[in-house]
Write a protein that binds this ligand. Structure first.
Ligand code: MRU
Length: 345
């Protein structure tokens, strides 16, 4: 693993503040669950699986913050903690899967026992993401051939997963299998996860990476410079529609037009079988200032209005395969995803 994005350290949560990368590598220790909610909302921890892991740890932390020995009161206040996490970011389903697992872990006769059960479950959720992302990366690497140039969007590496990575995990595993691979990384406006984080992670891995602006992708596809596109996901509906960082849909359409495979790599904790199709996935709207400003510097005129949907949905017909830890799924996705045991909330 390149870095540990989220780490439970006996009674507190250590996160690497991703908003400061690559300029500064700042680890922050959080001992109040409200600060974990804020860190998710402000994207100091980000990426679907990492959000789920941080929320699980944050709930365990919240349980330790509740100062009562009355079980009824404790559980009622714990529900409030969970609701705060549920309201932090709406699109990544890993968050809701993690909250659901933590709810089921409210077990035990007394408060102390429940607290211990929650810590155990939070650690298990983290461990499950590590194992799943390693496994899917190894499986996905079979799709990558020697000398491939891959295009990726946003950041889907160890930072985003608190594990091995999804899209970047597949690329890392291909390299470990001895394949020569290189990457074109889109900068990913507005928050520049590609420019700031993907380049940083790949450079540390010794994987050649070339940064491009989002609008250059079509040009490089037309020039036959890209062998496949690989991205992560924030939520995959039962029919295989994929919500991922805004701009993913554009890349998928361009890939199809240019006859380039478009792969999605995600653990089954990202699959939401309760939604029949992607149009039901809630799309996060973020502060327009993220668009009118770059890293705090205004680039649009004062008073200019801006829109800022953080994700889009790629219809499954553009997706060549979905790579999960349980196998590589192709059309028809409905059967394949159900067979892989993706969860229903
Ligand atoms: O808004 P972000 O940075 O949390 O969005 C992250 C993404 O869209 C990633 O591609 C996705 O979570 C997959 S992470 C393995």
């Amino acid at each position: 693993m390149v870095v540990t994005a989220v780490e439970w350290l006996d009674g507190k949560l250590r996160i690497l503040d991703q908003s400061k990368l690559p300029g500064e590598q700042v680890f922050v220790d959080l001992d109040d669950y409200g600060d974990v909610v804020l860190a998710i909302r402000e994207m100091r921890v980000r990426g679907a699986p990492a959000i789920g892991v941080a929320a699980a740890d944050g709930i365990a932390l919240g349980a330790s913050n509740i100062d009562t020995t009355d079980k009824g009161e404790f559980v009622a206040r714990l529900q409030g903690v969970m609701q705060n996490f549920a309201a932090s970011r709406p699109t990544a389903v890993n968050l809701f899967q993690a909250i659901d697992r933590m709810k089921k872990a409210i077990r035990g006769d007394g408060v102390a026992e429940i607290r211990r059960s929650l810590v155990t479950e939070a650690k298990q959720i983290h461990q499950d993401e590590i194992v799943a992302t390693e496994q899917l990366s190894r499986l996905g690497a079979e799709l990558i051939r020697d000398n491939f140039t891959l295009l990726t969007h946003c950041n889907a590496g160890p930072l985003a997963t608190a594990g091995y990575g999804t899209a970047l995990g597949v690329i890392r595993a291909a390299k470990e299998q001895g394949k020569r691979v290189s990457v074109l990384a889109t900068e990913t406006r507005p928050l520049l996860q590609g420019a700031r984080l993907t380049t940083w992670e790949l450079m540390q891995e010794g994987i050649p990476v070339t940064l491009i602006t989002d609008s250059m992708a079509g040009y490089f596809m037309q020039q036959r410079k890209i062998d496949c596109v690989i991205v992560g996901a924030d939520r995959i509906a039962a029919n295989g529609d994929v919500a991922n960082k805004i701009g993913t849909y554009t890349l998928a359409v361009l890939a199809k037009e240019n006859g380039i495979p478009f792969y999605v790599a995600a653990p089954t904790s990202t699959v939401d079988l309760s939604l029949s199709s992607g149009d039901k996935i809630p799309i996060e709207e973020r502060n327009p200032e993220e668009v009118t400003h770059v890293q705090g510097v205004r680039i649009a005129p004062e008073g200019a209005s801006a829109a800022n949907p953080a994700f889009d949905v790629t219809p499954h017909r553009y997706v060549s395969a979905i790579i999960t830890e349980k196998g590589i799924i192709r059309e028809p996705y409905t059967e394949g995803l159900k067979g892989m045991g993706g969860r229903s909330l």
